[in-house]
Design a binder for this molecule. Structure first.
Ligand SMILES: Nc1ncnc2c1ncn2[C@@H]1O[C@H](COP(=O)(O)OP(=O)(O)O)[C@@H](O)[C@H]1O
Ligand SMILES: [Mg+2]
Length: 608
C-alpha cells in the first residue's frame, strides 16, 4: 500500500470564475432572498455613510477653517453643525453594520442548516456500493468542514465583496467629480495593480491546491495508521510509519511556506502602490494648491479616499483564500449531492400481508466492480420454514448472496423473490424488517442490555425475560448488578465475543422476523459458549426460513439443503448425506474438518 500516492484525486481545482458553480450556490441562497436583499440594502447604507465622511472633512477645511472672509463665531457654528452630521452618519453606519452582521449570520446559519440536513438525508439513502468507494473521513469532511467553509464565505466574503465593489466605484466617481485631473493621475496606477492582482491570483491558486492535496494525504495517512494501529504495533512498524509521515509532513510544510511567500510579496506590493499613488497626488496636488487651482480640503479628502480605496485591495489576499477554499468545498458538496446511487424504488411498492416464506434466486449474477463477477448464475429455492446452508471458501460469494437478499444491491441479471414476490417490487423497509441478520461483528449500541435487545421498540418485561432465557443470556444477565438494565458498550461494560453473539440472537428473537440469516456468526467463540449458542440458534431458527453460512457442522448437517459455492458459482447442492455420497468438494471440506476435530481443535465449518 503506497500512502504517498493515494488520495491525490482529492485536489479539486476550482476557478473562481466558474459560473456554473456560482449559479448553484445562488440556488441555495435563493430561498433566503428577502434577507439577502436586506443585507445588500444595509451594505449600501454603510458604504454611503463611509463615503460622505471625507467630503465633510473637506467642507470643514475649505468653507470654515481655512476660509478668510468669515468671523470666528460663524466658523465655530458651521464646524459644530458639520461635527454633528459627522457623528450622526457614524452612528447610522454603526447601526447598519450591526444589523448587517445579524442578518448575515442568521441567513448563513439557516442556509447551512438546510444544506447539512439535505446532505445527511441524501447520504443516508445512498446505495451501499457508494460507501465502499469513499473513505468515511471524506464523507465526514463534506458534512462538517465543507459546509463550514461555505458558511464562512457567505458571511464574510460575498457581501463584503459586493460592499467593496460598490465602494470602489463610488470612490472613483467622487474623485473624478472633485478633481478629474487628480483622479486621472491616480488611475495611472490601476493597470499595474491589475497585473499584480491577476498574477497573485494565479500563484495563490497553485499554492492553495498544493496545500490542500498535501493535507488530504496527511489526513488519509493518519486515519489509516490509527485504524490499523494493532497491526502496526504488532509488526513493529512505528518507526517506519513515522518516517513516511515525516515525508508527507515535510511536503505539507513546504507548500504552506510557498503560500506564505506569495502572500508575503503581495501585501507589501499593494502597500508600495498605495504609497506611489500618494506621492503622485501630493506632488501634483501640492502644485495645484500653490497655483490656486485646488483647495487644501480637496487634497485632504483625496488622501482619505485613497486610503479607503486601497483597504479592500489589501484585504483581497485574505478573502481570496476563503473564497478559494469555499469554492472547492462547494464543488465537492454539489458533487456529493449529485450522486444518484440509490436503488430504484417502484412507483407503488408492495407490503405483503403475510410474513415472507420462501426465498428464490433464479439465474442471479452480480459484480461489485465491472468485469469481476462476485456470483454468477446462482439459482436455488428455499421453502418457508426450511433451512438452507451455504458453504465455500472465502471469497466464493456467500456474503454477496446475503447482500442481495437484503437488497443492499440489485442483481445485474436474474431475479430474487421472497414469498413469491420480486424484491424490486417490495417495500424496502418492510423487506429489511423481515430479515434477521446475525454476523460475526455485532454492533453494540451504547445503552442498557434491554435497549440493545429491543432496539427502540417497546418490549414487555415477560417477553424480555423469555427472550433472554431463549437466547441463553439468563446466566450472564442474572449476575449483573442491574440485570438487563446494566449499561454496555461505550462507557459501560464490555461483552465477550460469545456474549455479543448471544445478544445478536436475542435481537432477532425480539424482532421476530420471518427470515433468519447467520453469516459466519459464530466464527470465534470458545467451546462453552458454543454450546449456548447452539441452543440459541435452535430457538432462533424455529419456524423461520433460515440461511446459515459456513457454520458449525451440526447446524449444517441438519439443514434441509446445502449449497456448495466456488468462485461465485454453485458447484454442488443437496442434503448432507447426498453430498457426502457424491464425494465432491463438500466431502473434501468435511474430511478436512474432521481431521482437525480429531486433533481436538474447535474448527469452523470451513475456511470461510
Ligand atoms: N464491497 C466489495 N467491493 C468489491 N468487491 C467485493 C466487495 N465485497 C466482496 N467483494 C468481492 O466479491 C467476491 C465475493 O465476496 P463475498 O461474497 O464477500 O465472499 P464470502 O462471503 O464467500 O467470503 C470476492 O471476490 C470479493 O473480493
Ligand atoms: Mg463472507
Amino acid at each position: 500500500m503506497n500512502h504517498e500516492e493515494k488520495y491525490t484525486d482529492d485536489d479539486y481545482s476550482v476557478r473562481m470564475s466558474d459560473l456554473r458553480l456560482w449559479r448553484k450556490l445562488l440556488g441555495f441562497i435563493a430561498p433566503q432572498w428577502r434577507w439577502v436583499c436586506l443585507a445588500v440594502f444595509l451594505s449600501l447604507v454603510i458604504t454611503c455613510t463611509s463615503l460622505v465622511l471625507p467630503r465633510l472633512v473637506q467642507v470643514g477645511l475649505d468653507h470654515y477653517i481655512l476660509a478668510g472672509h468669515m468671523d470666528t463665531e460663524a466658523k465655530m457654528r458651521g464646524i459644530g453643525e458639520l461635527s454633528f452630521v459627522f457623528l450622526l452618519l457614524v452612528s447610522v453606519g454603526f447601526v447598519a453594520n450591526f444589523l448587517q452582521v445579524l442578518v448575515l449570520e442568521w441567513t448563513g446559519q439557516r442556509t447551512m442548516h438546510a444544506l447539512r440536513q439535505r446532505l445527511f438525508s441524501h447520504v443516508m439513502n445512498l446505495n451501499l456500493s457508494f460507501f465502499h468507494s469513499i473513505p468515511v473521513g471524506k464523507l465526514v469532511t463534506r458534512l462538517t468542514n465543507d459546509v463550514q467553509n461555505l458558511y464562512e464565505m457567505f458571511t464574510s466574503v460575498i457581501i463584503t465583496l459586493f460592499n467593496d465593489g460598490v465602494r470602489l466605484v463610488g470612490i472613483l466617481a467622487i474623485l473624478f467629480w472633485m478633481n478629474w485631473r487628480l483622479a486621472l493621475i491616480l488611475s495611472a496606477t490601476f493597470p499595474i495593480m491589475l497585473v499584480i492582482t491577476l498574477w497573485f491570483g494565479r500563484l495563490s491558486r497553485n499554492a492553495f491546491r498544493r496545500i490542500r492535496a498535501h493535507l488530504a494525504e496527511i489526513n488519509a495517512f493518519i486515519q489509516e495508521s490509527v485504524s490499523g494501529i494493532t497491526v502496526i504495533q504488532l509488526f513493529l512498524r512505528e518507526a517506519d510509519l513515522g518516517r513516511r509521515f515525516g515525508r508527507l509532513n515535510d511536503r505539507y510544510r513546504d507548500a504552506a511556506f510557498y503560500q506564505i511567500h506569495v502572500f508575503g510579496i503581495f501585501v507589501p506590493l499593494i502597500e508600495v502602490m498605495n504609497s506611489i499613488a500618494m506621492a503622485l497626488i501630493v506632488w501634483y496636488g501640492g502644485g495645484e494648491i500653490l497655483r490656486q487651482h485646488m483647495t487644501i480640503g480637496v487634497l485632504a479628502a483625496f488622501i482619505s479616499y485613497m486610503r479607503l480605496f486601497f483597504q479592500p485591495l489589501r484585504e483581497l489576499s485574505q478573502k481570496y483564500t476563503i473564497v478559494q477554499s469555499a469554492m472547492t468545498s462547494a464543488e465537492r458538496i454539489f458533487d456529493l449531492l449529485e450522486v444518484r446511487d440509490s436503488l430504484p424504488v417502484p412507483e407503488k411498492s408492495m407490503i405483503p400481508r403475510n410474513a415472507p416464506g420462501s426465498i428464490e434466486f433464479s439465474g442471479v449474477r452480480f459484480e461489485y466492480e465491472p468485469g469481476r463477477p462476485a456470483i454468477r448464475n446462482v439459482s436455488f429455492f428455499v421453502n418457508a420454514g426450511e433451512t438452507l446452508a451455504i458453504v465455500g471458501a472465502t471469497g466464493s460469494g456467500k456474503t454477496t448472496i446475503v447482500n442481495l437478499l437484503e437488497r443492499f444491491y440489485d442483481p445485474l441479471d436474474g431475479c430474487i423473490r421472497v414469498g413469491g414476490e420480486d424484491l424490486r417490487e417490495l417495500d424496502l423497509h418492510w423487506l429489511r424488517e423481515q430479515i434477521g441478520l446475525v454476523m460475526q461483528d455485532v454492533f453494540i449500541v451504547p445503552g442498557s442490555i434491554r435497549e440493545n435487545i429491543a432496539l427502540d421498540r417497546p418490549i414487555s418485561e415477560e417477553r424480555l425475560e423469555r427472550i433472554v432465557s431463549l437466547s441463553q443470556l439468563s446466566g450472564f444477565v442474572k449476575n449483573l448488578p442491574d440485570g438487563p438494565n446494566t449499561r454496555i458498550g461505550e462507557g459501560g461494560m464490555n461483552l465477550s465475543a460469545g456474549q455479543k453473539q448471544l445478544l445478536a440472537f436475542a435481537r432477532v428473537l425480539a424482532r421476530d422476523p420471518g427470515i433468519l440469516i447467520l453469516d459466519e456468526a459464530t466464527a470465534n467463540v470458545d467451546t462453552e459458549t458454543e454450546m449456548l449458542i447452539e441452543r440459541a440458534i435452535q430457538a432462533a431458527m424455529a419456524h423461520r426460513t433460515s440461511i446459515v453460512i459456513a457454520h458449525r457442522l451440526s447446524t449444517i448437517r441438519r439443514a434441509d439443503r446445502i449449497l456448495v459455492m466456488d468462485g461465485g458459482r454453485i458447484v454442488e447442492q443437496g442434503t448432507h448425506e447426498e453430498l457426502m455420497q457424491a464425494g465432491g468438494l463438500y466431502q473434501h471440506l468435511q474430511t478436512l474438518q474432521n481431521g482437525f476435530s480429531h486433533v481436538g481443535e474447535t474448527v469452523e465449518a470451513e475456511a470461510g
